[in-house]
Design a protein around this ligand. Sequence first.
Ligand SMILES: [Cu+2]
Length: 128
Amino acid sequence: MNRTLFLTTFVVLTLTLALVVQPVAASTPGIQILSPMQGATVMGPNVTFSFLVTNFILSPAEIGMLPVPGHGHLHVILDGTLAVITADGTHTLMGLMPGMHTVRVELHQNNHLLLTPPVDATVTFTVM
Ligand SMILES: [Cu+2]
C-alpha cells in the first residue's frame, strides 16, 4: 500500500469512528457525587450529598410509573442498604454514626429498574 492511500484510509476511518462514537457518548446518562468528596471527613450526624446527573431527567412525578427513556430517579444506598429514593440533586442523610461509610447512588427507571447498562457512582467518606 502506498503512503497516500494508507493516510487517506487512516483519515477516513478516524472520521468515521468519530461520527459513530460521539453521538452515543453525548447521550449516555451519567452520575457523579460532587460532595462529599472521595475520602473526605465530614461533620455528622447529618451529611448532605450533592449529585451531578447528566443526559438524564430526574422526574419526581414519574416515580413508580411506566418507564420513559431518559427519565427516572435516584436510589441512594448507604453501607449496602437502600436509604432513600429521590429525584433531587441533593439529599441529606440523617443520623450517621461516626466512622467510615460508603454511599452508592444509582440511576433508576420510573419503574425502579436499573438502567441497562447500570449507571452509578460511589463515595467512601468518614463521619466525625
Ligand atoms: Cu426506584
